[in-house]
Design a binder for this molecule. Structure first.
Ligand code: SF4
Length: 451
């Protein structure tokens, strides 16, 4: 039997789809080339913005039509919804689209083998809805994609921060920290299978806390130490983590990173805004001074580390002066890059009913100023790196030129270089000799022996 997944949204959804695909493969299922020909289609949905939900609705409608045609030819299609939108609107979606067989949400993934078994035996989803309601979240043992040299390793699920614009705590629930023995076990497993770079994953990794069986409990810094030791034993050379939150980012975490070169010298540290008044209205739990102080500490402990961030403009009540403070913070922080977007009201979040909504036109104008400044910083920072000798992980074939390879530095910069496909998944060295757009060019690649 064959399966086909469409995954939307964040890295956590990608990791969870990889885990579900592994369950399929372990039962002998094969990945189909497209959804139209698959026995089972799974849509792993996202709720972070209304646009993501609208897109998913379009895909559900498409597969409902495919299913109808297939059934006319006597060929069933099992249609499964997973992820945050399924968690948020499960019942409504099933009522709107009777073609949907299973709504798994974010908590019921452990029941996925039952869905596969039912499909194998051509049984219907009769008992599943009740089971899904009672399902308790559990971590999958592995999130490795086939033939991959990089892997996500989830360490937490859910979020307790309740930033006032964010839907995540309502669709992913309260924070659950994963047993560190399962985390180091997964690092060993993927390392033995050739993975060279891992990303520890959570909505808010800095609030990781394991109290089970470890005296005094284990915090994120403690987990990083364990992960670094396991990575060293298992051939994993680079460790990244995502998403970091300034609210809980400890000095001890900085020390552990600085002590161990396995931690890539890049950090994605979401600031969201530069005005204390707006940060407070967003319930972010830190001030601009705290944020700038933190990155100063990080940069002095790890000179040359690159920083990226998220910036959200157009929050209800935001003034022109608030935006100026965001631009000033960007000038001081000088991020390598940033994900920049404007506020999208999400029903069910605390900010949804806040007064002082900003017009679409003003939101777009403010966003364009933030993007223009970030583009300037990115260009200046990348230009200053030309001539630098770098270790890179070879990620694949360049889309623009099949004789060239696309590589990534530990600072999360991209470089293109001529080279053989046999280098993909391996570490190498190169000199950043020129820049085209935001991508470096290099003349030659040199293998890093023994890495
Ligand atoms: S930290 Fe805030 S923005 Fe991030 S997932 Fe949690 S509530 Fe959402």
């Amino acid at each position: 039997m064959t399966y086909f997944f469409e995954t939307y949204g964040c890295q956590m959804n990608s990791a969870e789809s990889a885990a579900l695909a592994l369950v399929c493969r372990e039962r002998g299922w094969i990945a189909a080339d497209d959804g139209e020909s698959a026995d089972l289609v799974l849509l792993n949905t996202c709720s972070v913005r209304l646009t993501a939900e609208k897109r998913a609705l379009g895909r559900i409608a498409l597969y409902a039509a495919v299913k109808k045609k297939r059934l006319e030819r006597g060929r069933p299609l099992t249609l499964v919804l997973a992820g945050c939108m399924a968690q948020r609107l499960g019942k409504e979606l099933q009522a709107q689209f009777p073609a949907v067989d299973y709504v798994m949400g974010t908590a019921a993934r452990s029941l996925f083998p039952l869905i596969l078994e039912a499909a194998e035996k051509a049984l219907g989803p009769e008992t599943f809805p009740e089971m899904a309601e009672q399902a308790v979240f559990s971590f999958s043992p592995s999130h490795m994609e086939e033939r991959q040299f990089r892997s996500f390793v989830p360490i937490m699920h859910g979020c307790d921060n309740f930033c006032s614009y964010c839907i995540v705590p309502y669709v992913r629930g309260r924070e659950v920290s994963r047993d560190p023995r399962l985390i180091t076990g997964e690092i060993r497993l993927v390392g033995e299978r050739g993975v060279r770079e891992i990303t520890l994953l959570g909505q808010n990794v800095n609030s990781y806390r394991w109290n089970g069986g470890v005296s005094g409990g284990l915090d994120f810094a403690g987990l990083l130490r364990l992960a670094a030791a396991q990575a060293a034993q298992s051939g994993v050379r680079w460790v990244r983590f995502l998403s970091a939150n300034p609210r809980d980012f400890s000095g001890e975490t900085i020390r552990v990173m600085a002590e161990n070169p396995v931690f890539c010298r890049h950090l994605h540290l979401c600031v969201q805004h530069g005005s204390n008044r707006v940060l407070s209205a967003m319930n972010r739990g830190y001030t601009r001074e705290r944020y700038l102080g933190l990155i100063k500490e990080i940069r002095s402990a790890m000179p040359g580390i690159s920083l990226s961030t998220d910036i959200l403009v157009g929050f209800p009540g935001e003034t022109g002066e608030d935006l100026e403070q965001t631009l000033e913070l960007m000038e001081e922080a000088r991020f390598l890059y940033a994900y920049m977007y404007h506020y999208n009201p999400r029903e069910g979040t605390a900010a949804y009913n806040l007064p002082g909504r900003i017009s679409e036109e003003v939101k777009r104008e403010r966003l364009s100023r933030v993007i223009a400044l970030q583009k300037k910083h990115t260009a200046e920072l990348l230009k200053s790196r030309i001539g630098s000798r770098e270790r890179v992980l070879v990620e694949g074939i360049s889309r623009k030129n099949a004789d060239e390879l696309i590589t990534r530095t530990e600072r999360d910069e991209m470089a293109v270089v001529p080279g053989p496909v046999s280098m993909i998944g391996r570490f190498a060295e190169l000199t950043l000799s020129s820049l085209r757009g935001n991508t470096f060019r290099a003349k030659e690649l040199r293998i890093c022996p023994g890495v």
